[in-house]
Design a protein around this ligand. Structure first.
Ligand code: PDD
Length: 281
């Protein structure tokens, strides 16, 4: 029986419920992480837990665990569920309390919940690439926080799905920010361009890995804002996340990106990313 972690207890999936007045359910008042497991190893776990603690701090949510304690809790869940390749979601809310927008007084304990899934790497898509569509970024101005409140992202992804695309690339006015659940890179004349880390994007862990791979390979990694027109004229486009890794975009708004095939810089980053997985897990 698959288990779900609820506040330090491993419970059967069918009994894993949250209270009706949990603030995550009522307000989306909480944060989360998604961490990948490759060959029984939790990939970049420290970076993810550090980001979770940062998100908690940014919203004034008191979490009683440090990185090592979180790692231990999650490890136990993963081994109980025998996850060899897959991932784990960790969701933390400000807890259950009578409905009131302001934080509960006296404060209540945060609720922490985690669930796993088992799946292989998306080999076919990594080789062939995906379609993306562009859409206005309607989200709030703290996209650096990995908040449970994902309505803007959900609507963007649904828009992509409706038009047969796998990802929606968002822009604020002219400036490209990030995907509905990924970071975005335009590659032009052998150089990578991606939005700088600030409040408009999530500081992706996969982005950090890509940056280090690019630096190792001597591929210029420019953390600069760029426009929608620049994206449309790119030689190659990539979107990245914990689940889709270094994913080529071969069609944007129905038009070929470059020659419509996965480009050489993308392939080189994928190769470096594979090596990073092998050496770091
Ligand atoms: N999403 N930007 C957004 C809005 C995201 O939701 C994600 C990841 C990323 C990439 O971050 P990372 O490389 O750390 O996964 C960027 C996860 C996978 C999700 O919501 O399932």
């Amino acid at each position: 029986m698959t288990k779900v972690l609820i506040n330090e207890k491993l419970v059967d999936e069918q009994d894993a419920n949250v209270p009706y007045n949990d603030r995550g359910y009522v307000f989306g008042d909480g944060i989360y992480e998604y961490i990948r497991v490759y060959n029984n190893n939790v990939f970049t776990a420290r970076e993810h837990f550090e980001r979770l603690l940062r998100s908690a701090k940014e919203i004034g949510l008191e979490l009683k665990y440090n990185v090592d304690e979180l790692t231990e809790l999650i490890q136990e869940l993963l081994s109980t569920n025998s996850i060899v390749n897959g991932g784990v979601y960790i969701q933390v809310t400000r807890g259950a309390a009578p409905r009131d927008h302001a934080f509960p007084t006296p404060s209540v304990e945060a609720n922490i919940m985690a669930f796993t899934k088992s799946y292989d790497r998306p080999y076919k898509l990594l080789e062939e690439g995906i379609n993306a569509i562009t859409t206005e970024d309607i989200r709030w101005l703290r996209c650096d926080i990995k908040s449970l409140n994902l309505l803007g992202n959900v609507l963007a992804k649904e828009y992509a799905t409706k038009y047969n695309a796998q990802e929606a690339i968002q822009h604020r006015g002219d400036i490209v920010t990030e995907g509905s659940s990924s970071n975005v890179y335009a590659i032009k004349d052998g150089e990578i361009y991606t939005h700088p880390v600030n409040n408009y994007i999530l500081n992706g862990i996969t982005r950090m890995v890509i940056k280090s791979v690019a630096e190792d390979k001597g591929i210029p990694f420019n953390e600069e804002v760029f426009t929608l027109d620049f994206l449309k004229g790119a030689d190659e486009i990539i979107v990245s996340s914990t689940s889709i890794e270094v994913m080529p975009v071969v069609k944007l708004d129905g038009e070929n990106v470059g020659d419509g095939k996965v480009g050489s810089i993308t392939k080189s980053l994928q190769e470096g990313f594979n090596r990073y997985i092998d050496t770091h897990s």
